[in-house]
Design a protein around this ligand. Structure first.
Ligand code: GRF
Length: 221
């Protein structure tokens, strides 16, 4: 059993030394999940956490602006400058390690990470997906849900493993699909829940309360 409580070991040390969890966020787009995380850290809802850096593969990502507005290091790493996905990921990993990042949060990061990444941060890379995995992995999850005509969909925060939208599930929330929903209206309602459960999952990690046992993530009370 891999037990993050003892690996990250925050809760044991908290009273003795004030240990902060350094978080790195990877984001390619508008960054509303990043914003929810930034706000939660600022409001003290995720105690002992700091956003050390935000990295984007897109130079003009609004997420970089959101980070700079909060005086957080915002770095564009251009995939064009690297010959392979592995090389690119190694550069991102090196940057994150240089910033002493312990938890990596993918928030609308539109690249598939290579095994290099997962090995560098085992059970320390989180992702958010706008569906109830294992349903509707990959792109356009909300559209997939509407086309399949499910009555309920939702969102999932999970640890990343070597397959896309696949690793151990931390938190899921259901969102009903309404008869007159289109992609926009459904996405909006799912996003509202994303903004709630992503900070919640990060908080549990920072408190050392996530214990990974194979596919299962136990939340220590
Ligand atoms: C979210 O729906 C997230 O679940 C998915 O990409 C979208 C990113 O939105 N992975 P934002 O950039 O956080 O606003």
């Amino acid at each position: 059993m891999l037990c993050l409580r003892f690996l990250s070991n925050k809760s044991h040390h908290r009273d003795i030394i004030n240990m902060t969890t350094n978080i790195g966020v990877l984001a390619s787009g508008r960054g509303s999940n990043l914003q929810a995380i930034l706000d939660a850290v600022e409001a003290g809802e995720i105690p002992d956490a700091e956003i050390a850096v935000v990295v984007s593969d897109k130079e003009n990502a609004f997420s970089l602006q959101r980070a700079r507005k909060k005086k957080i290091d915002a770095v564009h790493i251009n995939p064009v400058d690297y010959e392979s996905r592995q090389e690119y990921d190694q550069a991102v990993v090196d940057l994150l390690k240089g910033k002493k990042v312990e938890l990596v949060c993918m928030a609308g990061y539109m690249r598939i990470i290579s095994p290099i990444f997962v090995k560098a941060f085992p059970n320390r890379v989180m992702n958010i997906h706008p569906a109830l995995l294992p349903s509707f992995p990959g792109l356009n999850a909300q559209k997939q849900a509407l086309e399949y005509a499910v009555k309920v969909t939702g969102c999932t925060v999970h640890f990343a493993d070597e397959q896309v939208d696949h690793g151990p599930i931390i938190i899921q929330t259901a969102v009903p699909v309404l008869e007159d929903d289109d992609v926009d209206s459904l996405s909006r309602r799912i996003l509202k829940q994303e903004h709630r459960i992503y900070p919640e999952a990060i908080k549990l990690f920072c408190e050392g309360r996530l214990e990974v046992d194979g596919r299962r993530v136990n939340v220590i009370k």
